[in-house]
Design a protein around this ligand. Structure first.
Ligand SMILES: NC(=O)c1ccc[n+]([C@@H]2O[C@H](COP(=O)([O-])OP(=O)(O)OC[C@H]3O[C@@H](n4cnc5c(N)ncnc54)[C@H](OP(=O)(O)O)[C@@H]3O)[C@@H](O)[C@H]2O)c1
Length: 232
């Protein structure tokens, strides 16, 4: 398979890249900034040309357009799986301390970014054999599941991403595209912290299993890394 992943400098994106390469897939890996790609460059050395590293800040129209062109130039074949993984937490402040500029910035990465990348890469996904697009959301974006409040920027941005995915599923179904949102667990990464219960390799392995098993009837729905359907 040929797989595109955003936010691959560290965390879940880096581990997904590592595991896909290990099983023989080709990965077009995007990093926000070239200077953050040390771990990926290490993987590149042993990838036999199956890892290509691109610079792409998902908040910039120009960078995303360049990314799409670079993927097409690298190989005229389509993209089988697009993984919108890049994300930020923002400052988990109280209502009183919330800075609206921070809320806008988090929205740009978590909600607008995946839609921007999806639209730019859609022609390549349509040329792919599987036509699958997945987005990394969070249980914190579930309105139904919100019992603890707070985290306005993160929760609101992931809820917006969930809605975008649902519209994409409706709009693209007649073009054979399957798309869904996934909660990766509470994972030991810079974002999840050291005390998170799920090691990053366990989350990535389970996610890959779920992505492999994704079928049109699961499109437009909210799934956990363990394959359980989550409430919106
Ligand atoms: N960890 C968890 O417990 C958890 C739980 C639920 C959902 N998630 C979701 O899972 C995804 C991955 O999380 P993670 O834990 O791996 O986070 P992480 O360790 O903080 O890594 C985030 C990745 O996103 C990249 N990124 C941030 N802003 C970007 C931008 N504007 N353009 C392109 N890339 C950008 C970062 O690049 P830089 O290195 O350049 O900053 C980094 O590679 C996120 O969408 C997150 O919301 C995580």
């Amino acid at each position: 398979m040929r797989i595109v992943i955003t936010g691959t400098s560290r965390g879940i994106g880096l581990e997904l890249t590592r595991q896909y390469l290990a099983r023989g897939d080709t990965v077009e890996a995007a990093v926000r900034s070239g200077s953050q790609a040390a771990a990926l460059k290490h993987l590149e050395a042993s990838s036999s040309g199956r890892l290509r590293i691109h610079t792409c800040d998902v908040t910039h129209d120009g960078a995303v357009a360049d990314f799409a062109r670079a993927i097409e130039r690298a190989d005229a074949a389509g993209v089988d799986l697009l993984i919108n993984n890049a994300g930020v937490m923002g400052k988990p402040t109280s209502l009183e301390e919330l800075e609206l500029a921070d809320l806008h910035a988090v929205f740009e990465v978590n909600a607008v970014g995946p839609l921007r990348v999806t639209r730019a890469l859609l022609p390549l996904v349509l040329k792919g054999a599987r036509r699958v697009i997945v987005h990394m959301t969070s249980r914190m974006g579930s309105i139904d599941d919100n019992r603890s409040g707070g985290a306005y920027a993160y929760r609101m941005s992931k809820a917006a991403l969930n809605m975008a995915c649902r519209s994409l599923a409706v709009d693209l179904s007649d073009r054979g595209v399957t798309t869904a949102v996934f909660h990766p667990g509470w994972v030991q990464t810079d974002m999840g912290g050291l005390h998170a219960p799920t090691p990053v390799d366990v989350s990535a392995r389970a996610l890959i299993e779920q992505f492999d098993a994704l079928s049109p009837e699961k499109s437009g729905r909210f799934w956990s890394f363990e394959g359980n359907e989550l409430p919106w």
